[in-house]
Ligand binder design. Structure first.
Ligand code: GLC
Length: 741
């Protein structure tokens, strides 16, 4: 039998097997549902935050008013609570235990924005797999991750939790995270259910202020904010979470068009939709619900299945159904989605965590993986005179509040981290260079510290050293939920500290650990080298030290632009060209006295910031250099259903092996709606030895070059296009091609 004659029948048999397994599961769900009372159904739709084997929680479980518990992470407690649900309720429906495992459970990986900087789905998937193994060994089977919110405003604290500003990069990495969490079999005890959040448009919060309103035309919602969620749904993300924000006046927890028409109707999604914490109840302060009863009615009708800590469903659904305001069908659908999650997790067959094999934390292989992640997630932005990597035998002054910040290097949403397990850059540099070659002076005590008392000691240390390494950034609490900042420069006296250190006249290497893209123009101006990292987690020390000493080669690339000034935000690369794109920029200090009104030209730029970012989306240097030949197209035109291949030869023209991220950008030159000046449509990360070349090939489908019109239809319009294959969004020369009718 030849292979082809084997594959097809096997594939058909497998799909038939899956279909019958699904049918069997659906039949079990229907059977169970048919035996449930209305109160038991409503109990499944209620998620409560638990802290230990509390009598109140035990009572609620026995009363059948809890379907899921979040925040309990002790395996013994989880099993005791689970036994109450299984043994002491009429139907014995197991609970599903959840936790925010956002970038690691115990072994903390770089924050998701940092993982995005790796441009490496394998790094993201591995981190999620390790997080799933650790968390599931503590009893957690559901995480509220990946966060897929496109964010283009660095003031927004939650930009830390996502994969940056681009829908394509976010889609690829979001799918990798889903696969890492859920593995090949969601019923495997070491798998945890992923949760695509926050559905949707949360990253568009006006002025970057958290929980703020959003105004998103639906065609932009579909072109920019929804694609990563669609990719996660297609990848089998077991759950979704609706967002706190309103879109154009409708809070997501009550947005029927979003939750039913699009997610269920257009996408055919059959997973569970959980609210965000109290987001159903918060439709009252939104001014969308008059009271909790109306909020419950609106949410169940819109398609929210489970109420996280909102007490809306448990308080009002019974009366709403009995009065006919809410249909039993809507309740049954929600319960089905809850039961389907529990069946898919295997909880009916295996509800308990294996206590004999619990708490599998900080395995050596996990720590090694976390170190490699740090190495791939840091971005070399500047390296004048090749000051990096550090030369052997060099004496360094280690300065700054993030050099030895066991807590803060883990960043936001690292609830279960153990700071004593953090390895800091100071420790690692002492180990790699020898303590006698490291002089440490923090300069400021913590990132917000405005005191300059420590400057003298820091300057003195700098004067004794060959090279100064300043570890700066933000404390963990300065990013994440409810932590937006208007001024996205270094907090406290750090900017002044860097200016002071520059006076020592020694090479200054500035290393960031932050929760957001920051405005670093004045810092970079006095730094000979800049290594930009986001909060890097447990192994920040070894990862960053390996990069600084050359044991590892930087390969990170920016997942967002870095603005010159805070006031430029929101700022992103896939912007529109406007009718007057910036040209002839005259900066504020260069304007003549009594200058004529039109003397600075009339094009689109800021007098004090010019135009564009300090560093572009996709930018990142290495310790080697790469050359890009002109891309070669398989054809110069294609039909609306066609595709072309694009090949570009990339060569390592330097003296060290290094990894590069070749990026494919496209521009639709003329559209019935104006199109962005560039859009990422592909990327590939690969290593090259000195002198080695690689022909990177992308397949470009015309179908991927369309966009949504005002009537929300998706169109691929014929016309002229340009494409680039380049190391970042601002480099390379375009190659023209057409889409023809
Ligand atoms: C929070 C966040 C959400 C998180 C949830 C549970 O308020 O918005 O991202 O998963 O509540 O902690």
């Amino acid at each position: 039998m030849n292979l082809k004659s084997f594959i097809l029948p096997a594939a058909l048999a497998l799909s038939a097997l899956c279909a019958s397994a699904d049918a069997a599961m659906e039949s079990k769900i229907d059977n169970l549902l048919s035996r449930m009372t209305l109160e038991e159904k409503i109990g499944q739709l209620n998620q409560l935050s638990g802290y230990g084997y509390a009598p109140a929680m035990v009572g609620q479980i026995k009363a059948g008013v809890v379907g899921s518990i979040l925040n309990d992470v002790d395996p013994v407690t989880v099993n005791k609570l689970q036994r109450v649900a299984v043994d002491s309720t009429r139907l014995g429906i197991p609970l599903v235990f959840a936790r925010d495992v956002i970038h690691g459970f115990k072994t903390i990986f770089p924050i998701p924005l940092g993982q995005a900087a790796s441009w490496n789905p394998a790094i993201v998937e591995q981190g999620a797999r390790i997080a799933a193994d650790e968390a599931s060994s503590a009893g957690v089977r559901w995480t509220f991750s990946p966060m897929l919110d496109i964010a283009r405003d660095a003031r927004w604290g939650r930009i830390a939790e996502g994969f940056g500003e681009d829908p394509y990069l976010t889609s690829v990495l979001g799918v990798a995270m889903v696969k890492g969490y859920q593995g090949d079999d969601l019923a495997n005890p070491s798998s945890i259910a992923a949760c695509a959040k926050h559905f949707a448009g949360y990253g568009a919060s006006e002025s970057g202020k958290d929980y703020n309103t959003t105004w998103i035309p639906e065609m932009q919602l579909r072109d920019v904010y929804l694609p990563p969620f669609k990719a996660a749904a297609d990848a089998g993300a077991a759950t979704f979470m609706c967002s706190f924000n309103d879109i154009n006046g409708v809070p997501s927890s009550g947005n029927r068009h979003l939750l039913r028409d699009i997610l269920r109707g257009e996408w055919g999604y059959d997973g569970l939709m959980v609210s965000d914490w109290g987001s159903i109840q918060q439709m009252i302060p939104h001014g969308f619900s008059a009271d909790l009863r109306q909020a419950a009615e609106q949410a169940i009708a819109a398609g929210v299945d489970m109420d996280m800590e909102g007490y809306a469903f448990i308080s009002h659904l019974k009366e709403l159904v009995e009065s006919g305001s809410v249909s039993m069908a809507d309740v049954d659908n929600a319960v089905r989605n809850v039961l389907r999650l529990k069946y898919r997790l295997g909880l009916f067959d295996n509800p308990y965590v294996d206590e004999a094999n619990a708490n599998r934390f900080f395995l050596p292989a996990s720590l090694d993986a976390a170190t490699r992640a740090v190495q791939e997630c840091a971005i070399l932005l500047k390296n004048d005179n090749n000051v990096l990597p550090l030369k052997k035998g060099v004496k360094v002054a280690v300065i700054g509040p993030m050099a030895d910040a066991r807590h803060d290097q883990n960043g936001t949403w690292s609830f279960d981290m153990e700071k004593d397990r953090s390895v800091t850059p100071l420790e690692s540099l002492r180990k790699l260079l020898g303590s006698k070659n490291v002089i440490y002076a923090p300069g400021v005590k913590y990132s917000r510290d405005r005191s300059t008392e420590g400057f003298a000691e820091a300057l003195d240390a700098a004067r004794q050293a060959d090279v100064v390494i300043a570890f700066v950034g933000e404390e963990a609490v300065l990013s994440g939920e409810a932590h937006s900042r208007v001024d996205i420069t270094l907090p406290g006296a750090q900017k002044e500290l860097l200016q002071e250190l520059a006076k020592a006249g020694k090479p200054l290497v500035t290393v960031y650990q932050t929760g957001r893209p920051m405005a670093i123009a004045q810092d970079a101006a006095v730094s000979d080298a800049v290594l930009y990292s986001y909060h890097a987690g447990t192994m920040a020390g070894p990862g960053l030290a390996n990069l600084l000493t050359g044991a590892a080669v930087p390969s990170g690339h920016l997942p967002t632009v870095l603005p010159r000034m805070s006031g430029q935000t929101p700022l992103y690369y896939a912007h529109k060209n406007t009718g007057r794109p910036a040209e002839g920029i005259t900066l504020i200090d260069d304007i003549d006295l009594e200058a004529g009104q039109t003397s600075t030209g009339c094009t689109s730029y800021f007098l004090d910031a010019g135009d564009g970012p300090l560093y572009p989306f996709g930018y990142g240097l290495s310790y080697t250099t790469f050359d890009y030949a002109a891309p070669v197209l398989s054809a110069s035109e294609m039909g609306p259903d066609g595709s072309i291949t694009v090949t570009c030869r990339v060569t390592n023209t330097g003296s060290r092996e290094g990894a590069e991220v070749a990026q494919l950008y496209v521009r639709d030159m003329v559209g019935s709606l104006i199109r962005p000046v560039k859009e990422l449509k592909g990327f590939e990360k690969f290593s090259l030895k000195p002198g080695e070349s690689r022909d990177v090939t992308f397949t470009l489908n015309a179908a991927d070059l369309g966009f949504h019109l005002l009537d929300n239809s998706y169109v691929v319009e014929p016309g002229d296009f340009q494409l680039w294959v380049a190391p970042n969004s601002a480099a390379g020369e375009p190659v023209a091609f057409k889409i023809v009718k």
